[in-house]
Write a protein that binds this ligand. Structure first.
Ligand SMILES: NC(=O)c1ccc[n+]([C@@H]2O[C@H](COP(=O)([O-])OP(=O)(O)OC[C@H]3O[C@@H](n4cnc5c(N)ncnc54)[C@H](OP(=O)(O)O)[C@@H]3O)[C@@H](O)[C@H]2O)c1
Length: 257
């Protein structure tokens, strides 16, 4: 549904005026909330909302584009479509991810349930997908000014913070994603000293992804997508190149690898 709410925030103002932002995973719980918040920012000119559906009906200054992270051609085509519309992007936000699927993937409680096909699918979406987004979208990112690639990761992807076990594929795919983020940050800095590349943990957020696993969450610790999206955009706004290559929580606290 098109929202024509008046602009009312200054989110991402550190990137300048009239900026262009791409949100990959714009139909997800957090992705959709990011698009909504961005549409209310005085600083944002164009939002490219990329999703598997490619729907165009989110907010008035957003253009829907189809993308499937499991099909590299669609990633390349999506980047080309953006290049035809704007000269450059200021921020690319990757908000895709999978923990389970309704047909066959469940987070593993034990090594006994490890399954090659499920692990591959989780890695394709959580690790390889964002890496391919970087391959096709980093050439679109501004080189002459501050710009950013932000990718949603998860606290459970921290190796040193893992004292609970379980969720092998999800944890490992996010740990590997964190390495991709770190490596991208090094290459990006050579191209633009003002570039930022960070992994962001959104908190525990009330979305389809967390729905089956919300039982043990303390009251007040389960964020709405809107609240998480605002925090994430504020944290990204506060990041400088010295933060690049690291992982941060929704409150700006650095997380261990
Ligand atoms: N929710 C939490 O508590 C929580 C906690 C920590 C980290 N995170 C991370 O936050 C990110 C967003 O999660 P969420 O909570 O917003 O989950 P969500 O509502 O399930 O959204 C996930 C999004 O990923 C998209 N996606 C999945 N496979 C895709 C593919 N092959 N190509 C393109 N898009 C694909 C989905 O697209 P469709 O709409 O087409 O299905 C959906 O839009 C994920 O990386 C997740 O790991 C979430």
């Amino acid at each position: 549904m098109l929202s024509k709410e008046p602009k009312k925030n200054l989110l991402l103002q550190s990137f300048g005026d009239s900026i262009n932002v791409a949100v990959i995973g714009a139909n997800g719980g957090i992705g959709q909330a990011l698009v909504e918040q961005l549409s209310l920012s005085y600083c944002v000119e164009n939002i490219f909302s990329l999703s598997r559906e490619g729907n165009d009906d989110q907010v008035f200054n957003s253009k829907g584009i189809q993308i499937d992270l499991e099909d590299e051609t669609t990633i390349a085509d999506a980047a080309s479509a953006i290049r035809k519309t704007v000269h450059a992007l200021d921020v690319v936000f990757v908000a895709t991810g999978i923990l389970y699927s309704h047909n066959n993937i469940l987070p593993e409680k034990s090594w006994k349930t490890l399954d090659c096909g499920s692990m591959e699918a989780v890695f394709r979406i959580n690790t390889i997908g964002p890496a391919l987004v970087a391959k096709h979208f980093l050439p679109l990112l501004s080189v002459k000014k501050r710009s950013a690639l932000a990718i949603l990761t998860a606290k459970v992807g921290s190796i040193s913070d893992n004292f609970l076990g379980g969720w092998y594929s999800y944890r490992a795919s996010k740990a590997a994603l964190n390495m991709i983020i770190r490596t991208l940050s090094i290459e990006m800095a050579r191209r633009n000293a003002d570039a930022v590349c960070v992994g962001l943990h959104p908190g525990t957020v009330d979305t389809n992804l967390s729905k089956p696993y919300q039982r043990g969450v303390e009251p007040g610790k389960l964020f709405s997508s809107k609240k998480s999206a605002k925090y994430l955009l504020q944290v990204l706004d506060s990041m400088s190149p010295k933060n690049s290559g690291f992982i941060y929580s929704w409150d700006g606290v650095e997380l261990p690898f």
